[in-house]
Design a protein around this ligand. Structure first.
Ligand code: PA5
Length: 467
């Protein structure tokens, strides 16, 4: 373990009155009513953490679970050219975040040596026949490890793609060959996938009962494929433990996850900023931004509060990417409706850097760039954008961390999971459920003739409008 001073740091200066010409948050409130509100939210979350309902808190310390992921990776993840993970939503987005952050860019195009003998990675989330049709001829069933991931074990998108893979695998390897090439990650001992694994002798990696899909990245859902790919999951979990320790205090000013949750909740509910952009300035955090979007949206967008009252609440989280989106959405952020708050995310130091060579000195439009590094340019753009937004009276915050590695990423995962738990308490909703996605699943089941799902009789839109 290497000594390290700190993990993700939240700078909320650009969310406060002074800097924003009176917009944003009155800092006095951070020691007044907002601190009181947070203390109550903290107590509510602590209670659910203590009872074990919020199972994600336990994952970073669950050595046994991590060891199971590592052991399965050691047994089955060697001597394969490809790892195909079949899963969607919380069963895929965390792994995509790990891939983007911790594997070298363009991983699948690298040769064996550059991948240090680790497999290429394919994530099958959306059941689009074009995607699967393109992939299947490129992978050799003898040299591919499949990992089907579904907490419920009932997700149609995942099961349908598994069935396609299953039939090809059985044809190529025979039923006896399947356990060498297919690993199931699902609820322990419950659900159709657990039954399938038990009856066919497949390795099952359990997702603890109290860990929901979007909170499962530090369970075998993320840890097993990450181990197969050579990611140091001990560092990931350590970063998560450190972040949890830093965001445990009931005092708002001493709890970064609490501050993030409090300010974003206030931005939405009192300051008129329901649109919340997570905007990394690092290509490696693209997947993280999508992961955070799902975590925020599915956890906080709710019809009913915990008392059963109709509230129809929740912010609209969106990923945005610096500096690319400075040439896209920034104009709207600067001058459009004041309904947005931006959370910038950035490493303080690059993993590697490139100096722009001092060529073309006779061209002032180019020459000032010579001698600077690309990291300096990117971070300069981030700081400048935050400042430009501040000068325009637009609320923003910045989360920085030392450099993008497994430990920082573990810290970011945990910071956001704890923050959304606090935000749930502040909104008065249950961040762990997602009742709103059920109706669509039942209607889909009905369209495909699933037993127990009535024919939804959805009229074609054109017939409703007589077009
Ligand atoms: O966070 C969630 O619960 C969802 O996004 C699920 O992960 C997603 O719907 C997939 O469900 P499952 O993991 O049961 O296949």
């Amino acid at each position: 373990m290497t000594a390290r001073p700190r993990g993700p740091v939240l700078d909320h200066g650009n969310a406060l009155h002074e800097g924003l010409g009176g917009a944003g948050v009155d800092p006095k409130r951070l020691e007044g009513d907002l601190a009181d509100r947070f203390r109550a939210a903290h107590a509510a979350v602590e209670e659910r953490r203590r009872t074990g309902e919020m199972g994600f808190f336990r994952l970073p310390g669950d050595e046994e679970l991590a060891a199971r992921s590592r052991a399965a990776a050691d047994d089955l993840g060697r001597d394969v050219d490809a790892l195909v993970v079949i899963g969607i939503g919380g069963s895929a987005l965390g792994l995509a975040a790990i891939r983007d952050a911790l594997l070298p860019a363009g991983w699948n195009e690298l040769d064996d040596e550059a991948r240090r003998g680790r497999p290429r990675l394919y994530i099958l989330a959306n059941p689009d026949p074009d995607t699967l049709t393109a992939l299947l001829p490129r992978i050799d069933p003898e040299r591919t490890l499949f990992n089907v991931v579904s907490k419920s074990g009932t997700t149609a998108e995942t099961l349908a793609q598994l069935m396609v893979i299953w039939s090809g695998l059985e044809a190529a390897l025979g039923a006896d060959g399947l356990p060498r090439r297919l690993v199931v990650t699902t609820s322990s001992g419950r659900g159709p996938l657990a039954e399938l694994a038990a009856s066919r002798g497949l390795r099952l990696l359990p997702i603890p009962e109290a860990v929901g899909g979007r909170f499962s990245v530090l369970s075998p859902v993320g840890a097993f494929p990450a181990s197969v790919l050579g990611v140091d999951i001990d560092e990931l979990l350590m970063g998560a433990r450190e972040a949890a320790a830093r965001s445990a205090h009931p005092t708002l000013a001493e709890n970064p996850a609490g501050m993030l949750a409090t300010l974003l909740h206030l931005a939405d509910t009192e300051l008129g900023h329901p649109v919340q952009l997570f905007m990394p300035y690092a290509d490696g955090l693209r997947g993280f931004a999508y992961w955070a979007q799902q975590l925020w949206a599915e956890s906080l967008g709710k019809a009913l509060d915990t008392e059963g009252r109709l509230v129809e609440t929740g912010p609209t989280p969106l990923p945005a990417f610096g500096a690319t989106d400075q040439h896209s959405i920034l104009q709207l952020m600067m001058e459009g409706p004041r309904d947005k708050v931006v959370v910038f995310l950035a490493p303080e130091a690059p993993r590697r850097d490139i100096v722009v060579p001092p060529v073309l000195r006779d061209y002032p439009a180019l020459s000032y760039l010579g001698g600077h590094t690309l990291f300096e340019l990117l971070q300069g753009e981030r700081r400048a954008t935050a400042e430009a937004l501040r000068r325009a009276g637009r609320m923003n915050m910045t989360i920085t961390f030392e450099r993008l590695d497994a430990r920082s990423l573990g810290g970011l995962f945990m910071l956001f999971q704890i923050a959304v738990a606090y935000a749930g308490a502040l909104y008065g909703v249950d961040p762990l459920d997602q009742p709103g996605v059920e109706l669509g699943k039942v209607l889909t089941g009905g369209l495909l003739g699933r037993s127990g799902c009535p024919d939804p009789e959805i009229p074609p839109v054109a017939s409703r409008w007589r077009m």
